[in-house]
Design a protein around this ligand. Structure first.
Ligand code: KMH
Ligand code: ZN
Length: 279
């Protein structure tokens, strides 16, 4: 049996690559809006931030200068663990996704396989995944394995077998559930996924759209950590658009309190993930 952690690491994914301000004007897309969201979410209980960057027109971009400026700005204003997305948008080329690591985040997302993504395909062939993983090892960046379906857990284990443990030695994964084309946002799917993780791994879970709250409750009951944010849901409750990312983090922190596993500080999360004293 996996131990029940004393605290809950809350990650906020404030922006993503798929939504726009037309869908919810509170979506942070400029650097100033992103930093503002980061500060508010840290105050509400977040310990880590999963970042996608937008260009002047609000479109997703992997422009390296913007990524570097963003890492610096979030570090200057918060103590959050800074995680950059290497998933980007479904249209981003592999080379640009690999180059994200040059912005030197603490952590990066790393999806271990291809998955249908609504009407699109989120493409992650094995050679790309293996290359990205080895670059995280060389650069000392903590990968967060993004698992959209159960086959991705098996692929993560294949990666660990083939190339050894991540930089810092700690395995951390995030179940992204309820994407049309991926695993459903159900307790049964989460239980199956967690059972496939290696001993000692930590994990979080997030449910897309309406699966957000059920996945959060399931994750807390199973000893997992939480990811929330406007990347994953723009609606707080039926007919109630999300006011801001901090509102979603505050709800996650309240539920973590009720589960007697209060929100972890960024420092404690760093220790949990083997990031303490690095960088
Ligand atoms: N935007 C999706 C295509 C990640 O950040 O690593 C991929 C995604 C996963 O959001
Ligand atoms: Zn993402």
């Amino acid at each position: 049996m996996r131990p029940m952690p004393a605290t809950t690491v809350i990650t906020v994914a404030p922006t993503g690559a798929e939504s726009s301000k037309e869908a919810n004007p509170a979506l942070p897309v400029t650097l100033a809006e992103l930093v503002d969201a980061a500060v508010g979410c840290e105050q509400a209980g977040a310990a880590m931030i999963h970042i996608h960057v937008r260009d002047e027109a609000g479109r997703p971009t992997l422009d390296l200068a913007r990524l570097r400026d963003t890492v610096a700005a979030v570090r200057a204003s918060t103590d959050l663990i800074v995680q950059l997305s290497t998933g980007g948008a479904v249209t981003d080329p592999f080379e640009s996704r690999l180059a994200v690591l040059e912005a030197a985040p603490d952590s990066c997302s790393l999806t271990t396989g291809t998955v249908n993504f609504g009407d699109d395909v989120f493409c992650n062939p094995w050679p790309f995944v293996a290359e990205l993983y080895q670059r995280t090892q060389a650069l000392g960046i903590l990968p967060e394995f993004e698992l959209f379906e159960l086959g991705h857990v098996a692929a993560m284990n294949r990666l660990l077998d083939a190339y050894g443990p991540p930089a810092g030695g700690h395995v951390h994964a995030d179940f992204v559930m309820g994407v049309p084309g991926g695993m459903p946002g159900t307790t049964a799917a989460l239980v199956a996924g967690v059972a496939m993780l290696p001993p000692g791994a930590t994990w979080s879970a997030t449910g897309i759209g309406r699966t957000s709250v059920p996945v959060m409750l399931a994750a807390l009951s199973l000893g997992g950590n939480l990811r929330v944010g406007m990347e994953d849901t723009l609606t707080y409750a039926p007919q109630h658009p999300v006011r801001d990312n901090a509102q979603l983090v505050a709800r996650a922190a309240r539920l973590a309190d009720e589960a007697l596993r209060p929100a972890s500080t960024p420092d404690l999360a760093r220790a949990t993930f083997g990031l303490a004293g690095r960088g």
